[in-house]
Design a protein around this ligand. Structure first.
Ligand code: ADP
Ligand code: MG
Length: 312
């Protein structure tokens, strides 16, 4: 059973999470009515040593990234992040200095997005270092952007270049000597930004459709929008925005740009649909359109198929 089949199974065993118009399992956040014209957005993410990060990563950037991936799920709904809860399972060989640096990175990103740490849990671990962050954000009632809101004819667009993070990871794993380009890519991987301001701005647009953040690569993530909205999409791979640093390093190292940009993941840019022709902010790039072919993803400009990251 694959990762997404398992989530579907859990959803079918606990159906009440998604009844009465409530969104529980299946979107970037659960959307909970708080009864005063506002909605809470709630999400949780786990980071496991040797699955999501290596111990060699700087603790500062790991602290930063632990919150960034969570804040990104609030951005994905067009919400404002408010409170986080941090749980850590720590092996005995983690030093006090490591924990101090981790907390500094965690504190710096919380300060940047005006988010407060409100609690958590701390325990020991036999081997792997495990981090879990839960987040609460908010929106005006009915304003959160769901994966299910794509319509046939919509444009498909993204908020920034794709592939930097995957290329950064490849630079780390291949131990490439760090020039300016490589440093920039590694920074995107270890210390990603969360597109909160962009998400809030897009949520205000007339004619915005579905939205999510790109954590597994659009080859995988766009399929979630197609499934939730019961539509298809046609994406022109030549239009996928790529940074100058990314293209320079890929060309020099003979890495496949499309594999990394479409399937690499962890870019934490926003992927959204909108009614065609609406004026979009300058950081957005239209890469395709929504079709009526249920759950079919067609690539223009390449004969190949692409897939994103899956845990199993
Ligand atoms: P994201 O990449 O945005 O964090 P995931 O792919 O991890 O989202 O999860 C997709 C959806 O499935 C989310 O709504 C999440 O809350 C839900 N989900 C994932 N794992 C579980 C689980 N073990 N139990 C209940 N819901 C889950
Ligand atoms: Mg997400």
């Amino acid at each position: 059973m694959g990762e997404f089949d398992l989530i579907e199974k859990i959803k079918s065993i606990f159906p009440s999470a998604n009844q009465d118009g409530q969104i529980g399992i299946g979107d970037d956040c659960a959307v909970l009515d708080c009864g005063n014209g506002r909605e809470w957005l709630v999400s949780t993410d786990m980071l496991i040593e040797d699955v999501h990060f290596l111990r060699s990563q700087s603790p500062y950037s790991l602290g930063w990234k632990s919150a960034a991936v969570n804040i990104s799920d609030i951005a994905a709904m067009g919400g404002t992040p408010r409170w986080v809860f941090l749980s850590m399972a720590l092996p005995a060989d983690i030093s006090q200095a490591w924990i101090d640096e981790f907390l500094k990175g965690f504190r710096d990103i919380l300060a940047q997005y005006h988010v407060l740490l409100m609690g958590g849990d701390t325990c020991s671990s036999q081997k792997a270092l495990c981090i879990n962050v839960a987040i609460v954000g908010e929106t005006e009632k009915g304003k959160s952007l769901k994966r299910s809101a794509a319509r046939v004819g919509d444009w498909v667009a993204v908020t920034g270049p794709l592939g930097d993070s995957a290329a950064g990871l490849k630079c780390i794993l291949s131990d490439l000597p760090a020039d300016e380009n490589i440093k920039a890519l590694i920074q995107k991987h270890t210390q990603p930004c969360s597109r909160i301001h962009e998400g809030l701005q897009l949520a205000q647009l007339e004619g915005i459709g579905a939205m999510m953040d790109i954590s597994d690569g659009i080859a995988s993530d766009l399929r979630h929008i197609l499934k939730a909205s019961d539509v298809g999409a046609r994406v022109n791979v030549t239009k996928i925005p790529r940074s100058a640093a990314f293209s320079a390093v890929c060309q020099r190292e003979s890495w496949d740009e499309l594999d990394l940009a479409l399937g690499g993941g962890e870019d934490y840019e926003l992927l959204f649909t909108c009614r065609p022709g609406i004026p979009l902010p300058p950081y957005c790039t239209v890469i395709g359109e929504i079709t009526s072919h249920s759950e079919q993803l067609e690539w223009i400009g390449s004969e190949r198929d692409f897939s994103g990251y899956r845990h199993f």
